[in-house]
Ligand binder design. Structure first.
Ligand code: BES
Ligand code: MN
Ligand code: ZN
Length: 513
């Protein structure tokens, strides 16, 4: 991954392949074209104060996502200046918002793929801004080329572009505790988030439940996290009928992974549950062609939970965080669960499986009940659960449901603080009866309308009495099928990781609602 440092180097003499500066849209008051953002003063001076005009001549407007490359002025050691759009100029006296900085840094880092070293001279008003730029650089520079024969970085002898190797953040305070902490936090979160992206992007023939569990085990060991893996035998012994039922059709058996990060100073216990379907074919209720090509992403919830627990450990947060990864492959075969089968779940409830493609709620049900046994202060599950949520909120926003209004708002706030688009959704009681089953306690399908909320209502049945719970449906934002934008690449995005880390931080501060 890109190496990141805080630097006080002066720009003209700085040895780098490029200097990144910010450019904003002129305000309505003076519609004078693009405005050079703070941080780029030395660069502007070298252009005799005419940089804004030069940028305008080149067609720059300062719009978000815009990249303008220009040769560096005489006397500069770096050959290239990259001006990246920050969008609207902030109101007087308020700085650029963290998300604008994150996005701009991400766009610039991606535009510099294949470059060795870039210096970022973006507007940093405080340590939090330095953290945002660091996060944007590390997330935006991400690329997945493990499977490209000629991809990868020039360094390892391959001829693809490879990510930006080194980034220096200028204008920060390398000796200031707050700045150092902000960059360290951004580095830990971004590294774990990028690891989640790698897991999501890994083809399903190489990442089955066993392989995922082994990766979680190794990472847990490295970071002092307690780990327990239930294999098929242990799941059978324990009565995990939901996870076993979903995994029954696959040649690769299911797993339930429990990751326990504990802090001696913890006052709260947060449990995180992730849907980890390493491939969702739909099972006997097979998905048609056109709907299964990206279903390697159906373990994105488990990847997010895994990343968040490891990040919490690396940050030494003063909170106990337990992660539950419900891992299975949903395949059709002679041993697969059929529509019409009844499963006896870990909670003791029976579920009539009417559609084997509604498998996520079955594995989550067992993991939610397992998590509930420890009576945590709150449980949050994350899942690529329903196509209905994608229809409702689109490809970039996740939906939040909960059995507690204040907690649902807290999760939404955490998402906003992290820079993740999110929206609160209801759990309308009248939709529950659609899941009544003639044979079992409940069916795994209900009304088609409001399908995302129906799934949420199903999950609610498997949360222990009196336990605060929220459900995050990331089916839309988990996997980006179109082009990259901001600091989000094509493919696995790492959706919800940063929200979960923020929630753990809030819990550490004693504040879960
Ligand atoms: N993994 C899918 C949901 C999904 C859809 C994720 C699109 C990402 C993108 C889930 O298991 C599923 O198939 N859900 C069904 C449920 C239905 C059968 C009740 C759906 O949403 O169609
Ligand atoms: Mn499915
Ligand atoms: Zn699924």
């Amino acid at each position: 991954m890109t190496a990141l440092t805080l630097s006080t180097a002066a720009v003209p003499g700085l040895r780098a392949d490029a200097i990144v500066i910010g450019v904003a849209k002129g305000s309505a008051a003076k519609p004078a074209g693009p405005v050079v953002a703070p941080g780029a003063e030395a660069v502007d001076q070298a252009y005799d104060g005419r940089l804004a005009g030069v940028l305008e001549t080149l067609g720059a407007s300062g719009a978000e996502g815009e990249v303008t490359k220009l040769p560096a002025p005489a006397g500069f050691k770096a050959p290239l200046v990259v001006a990246v759009g920050l969008g609207a100029q902030p109101e007087k006296d308020s700085g650029y918002d963290a998300e604008a900085l994150r996005k701009a840094a991400g766009v610039a880092a991606r535009a510099l793929a294949g470059t060795k070293k870039a210096a970022f001279a973006l507007p940093l008003a405080d340590a939090a801004d330095a953290g945002a730029v660091a996060e944007g650089v590390l997330l935006g520079a991400y690329s997945f080329d493990a499977y490209k024969e000629n991809g990868g970085s020039a360094e390892n002898g391959k001829n693809g572009k490879g990510p930006l190797a080194e980034a220096a953040l200028l204008g920060g305070k390398p000796r200031d505790k707050a700045y150092k902490a902000a960059v360290a936090r951004a580095t830990a979160v971004a590294e774990e988030l990028n690891r989640a992206r790698d897991l999501i992007n890994t083809p399903p023939n190489d990442l089955d439940p066993e392989a995922f569990a082994a990766i979680a085990q190794a990472a847990a060991k490295e970071h002092g996290i307690k780990v327990q893996v239930l294999d098929e035998k242990a799941l059978t012994k324990g009565g995990y009928g939901g996870i076993l039922g979903v995994g029954a059709g696959s040649a690769s058996g299911p797993r339930l992974v429990k990751l326990s990060y504990t802090s001696s100073k913890a006052k709260k216990h947060l449990a995180l549950v992730g849907k980890g379907i390493t491939y969702d074919s739909g099972g006997i209720s097979l998905k048609p062609a056109g709907h299964n090509e990206t279903m390697k992403c159906d373990m994105s919830g488990a990847a997010a939970v895994f990343a968040a627990v490891v990040a919490a450990a690396r940050l030494g947060l003063e909170v106990n965080v337990t992660g539950w990864l419900a891992l299975a492959e949903n395949m059709p075969s002679g041993s697969a669960t059929r529509p019409g089968d009844v499963l006896r779940m870990f909670s003791g409830k029976t579920v009539e499986v009417l559609n084997t493609d509604a498998e996520g709620r079955l594995v989550l049900a067992d993991a939610l009940w397992a998590a509930s046994q420890e009576k945590p202060d709150a449980i949050v599950d994350v899942a690529t659960l329903t196509g209905a949520m994608v229809l409702a909120l689109g490809n970039r926003t996740f939906g939040i449901m909960a059995n507690d209004d204040a907690f649902r708002s807290a999760v939404h706030e955490a998402a906003e603080e992290a820079g993740e688009p999110a929206w609160q959704m209801p759990l309308p009681e009248h939709l529950r009866k659609g899941m009544d089953s003639a044979t079992a306690d409940i069916a795994n399908m209900g009304e088609r309308m409001g399908g995302g909320l129906v799934a949420g209502l199903f999950l609610r049945e498997f949360v222990g009495e009196g336990i605060t719970w929220a459900h995050i449906d990331i089916a839309g934002p988990a996997f980006n099928e179109s082009g990259p934008f901001g600091y989000t690449p094509k493919g696995g995005t790492g959706s919800a990781v940063r929200t979960l880390v923020r929630l753990a931080e809030r819990a550490a501060a004693g504040d879960l609602s």
